[in-house]
Design a protein around this ligand. Sequence first.
Ligand SMILES: *Cc1c(COP(=O)(O)O)cnc(C)c1O
Length: 429
Amino acid sequence: MESLAQVDPEIAQFIRAESRRQHDKIRLIASENYVSHAVLEATGSVLTNKYSEGYAGKRYYEGQQYIDKVEELCIARAKALFGAEHVNVQPYSGSPANQAVFVALLKPGDTILGLSLAHGGHLTHGDGISVSGMYYQGVQYGVRRDTGEIDYEEVERLAQEHRPRLIICGHSAYPRLLDFERFAAIAQGVGALLMADIAHVAGLVVAGLHPNPIPHADVVTTTSHKSLRGPRGGMIMCRTQYAEAIDKAVFPGLQGGPHNHTTAGIAVAFKEAATPEFRAYAARIVENAKALAASLQGEGFRVVGGGTQNHLVVVDATSMGVTGRQLAKAMDAAGMVCNFNRIPFDTQPALHPSGVRLGTPATTSRGFGPQEMEKIAAWMAQVARVRADEGQDLEARKKVYREIAGHVKALCDGFPAPGLLYGPEGRLV
Ligand SMILES: *Cc1c(COP(=O)(O)O)cnc(C)c1O
């Protein structure tokens, strides 16, 4: 970063500080990861200089000799990884990918049926504060109170009652595998299209650790930057019959020129994801999430749904006498970064919800295993107990958080993270 330090020392310093933060802290945000240095190099390349509206062989600008090859390679790798018939790698991120599907398949006012935000769904699945719920009629299903599992009977009932044009399955905070076959049967029964949004679990899908929706869904969307460990981006996969509508919706319907540097970074990530090493990595993600859930339960936390089958754990912080927001803020002060989250049937308001969401893709990328998960759970319990203790003043609490942050940093020093730059003695540069 020599030129950057010279041209813009302020931004350079913030990037260095963020790099330090990503080394020193335990990153438990379920949607985050560490991309490889190869992915960073592709993403930071001169491909950002090129305009290429259109698709390979059908561009509106000349000079696409290499850009076409990059995009075609990225598409070919995606098809091989997921078994998709048609792929569009141009969406700028996950939300625009979903929006493009709506532009392609729906008319404004059409009904979409998706998992509610509070039960682990995503804003773009028909929530009222997102375009998906403002321009379309969003109907929302949830999970069962007794099992924490998606209430497939409710999905079917709502589908029959509301006759949606599109049913969406997929989530941002649901710790179980999805039954795509069952969703497909429900969609077929009411003449709806099925979209699966695998933004969170795409890395597990390519590793065979989560069912693949491709045989069952008409359209599958994903991000590239979560468990898939690529740069930030989005992708749409679909059956050939929807290819033209999807491509037209992305460009010119919704977007202009694709971000070619991102496409190259995604292609590199796909190459990495096709290796046996990545499959082993994905298996460790799940193993770690299970270990984390079990350790947290051992510490007295209530884990929503009783455990996990994927990469994430939703924890009811109120089981330790704190709100999710209080726990998330205190954990950050103690060197462990997560986000507060609503839990199913939450009685608390959205800004002060009952839960926190934890994920293991990032910690697994730096080599953490079940032993480290045990330590994280113990530190989290200590943080929660101190935060809940009315007898402790702010300074006493802060002292405990600082102590834990010190232990966290010492642990992190033993686990260099992909993509960060380390000097000869293993020190971050
Ligand atoms: C993260 C996520 C998205 C949105 O991705 P952005 O890249 O943040 O726009 C869409 N759907 C689901 C299920 C997600 O978890």
